[in-house]
Ligand binder design. Sequence first.
Ligand code: 5RP
Length: 232
Amino acid sequence: MPDIDPAKLAASRAAIELVRDGMRLGLGTGSTASIMVRELAAKVKAEGLSLRCAATSKATAELAESLGLRIETLDQIGWLDLTIDGADEVDSELNLIKGGGGAHLREKIVAMASDRMVVIADPGKVVQQLGAFHLPVEVLAFGFEATQELLRRALDDLGLGGKPVRPRRRGGDLAVTDEGNYILDLALDVIPDAPALARALAAIPGVVEHGLFLGICDMAIIGRADGSTITL
Ligand code: 5RP
């Protein structure tokens, strides 16, 4: 196992404190969420907890199952008490950019089907204004070029620079999501009006989902390298 980032570990441990026997949990995706899943599996074993868990990606489902956690589909569980997930950026209003791992579609579905969404992150994820991290947009393969052009025009209309680019994953392959869709990254630097951008993106038919999580997160636990945490 790679060296564990102490800030991510501290945030994960604090979030796991919120887990109670019998809960229905959503498990996020990414390096921080992976640490949380390992901590959760250890807690379940140590305390003999009975949980129902839904994963936000194939990678998280595989990891959780390899550690002895039973994963069910969201439809089997129906509704969740709590989802714990990472984020690429979080602002003081708990608005997020997510999807650096290309999982934001399932992550948003799971988070919004939860009574509570808690973000776990290291201090580098806390920003004054969203936008420095590229904003991932999941788009259908059908009509991809037209969707890319419509995205370009939407950004122009909003006075935002940056053209939509298909990112490559490790190994050089173009990114394809768990749903078989494409990803377009928007390098924007700053997003002055996130709700306006979210509306413009949602109005494009080939856009399946974007990585802006506005008004979805209930709490963010920011871990620090010394093992302490702060809560937003
Ligand atoms: C994946 C995500 C991740 O939660 C986000 O990219 C943060 O990842 P990490 O914990 O590895 O920094 O949204 O789609």
